[in-house]
Design a protein around this ligand. Sequence first.
Ligand code: FEO
Length: 160
Amino acid sequence: MMIKPELAKKMIEQVRNEFAASLQYLATAIYFEQESMDNTATFFYAQAAEENEHGMKLLRYVVETGGTAELLAIPAPVAKIKSAEDAFQTSLKWELEVTGQINALMDMAKQQNDYLAENFLKWFVDEQLEEVTTMEKFLNLVRKMGDKNIYMLEQLIKGA
Ligand code: FEO
């Protein structure tokens, strides 16, 4: 079954967005590692790996459904992380943006009556709920802790 060119193009843009998110999370992980917050760094390294998987999943879908898959340049991480609160605030913002992008893909799949794409994208819709919720939770906790108690985060984020 052939994917429609317009949807393939949008999905390839999303591949770029997911890889860009991966770089953003890598930059965030490095920030925490340099702050000697190794558990928080591990959390963000894992997020970076997940975003990479998301990008690959979308890319594989486009290729397998016969779409054109010309890869786009990946922008460098935009934000210089200034604090733990900044890191989680920025991460939440990215996740909300990605949620909007996934919803737009879903809208297009529905308009095209592309049931296969709808079914495929459903996984991403669910994944976004989980990622937004996680980032909201940690942003909330970080705000409650404040700078003075920020090392408490190391215990709370372990295994998250
Ligand atoms: Fe792949 Fe966190 O969005």
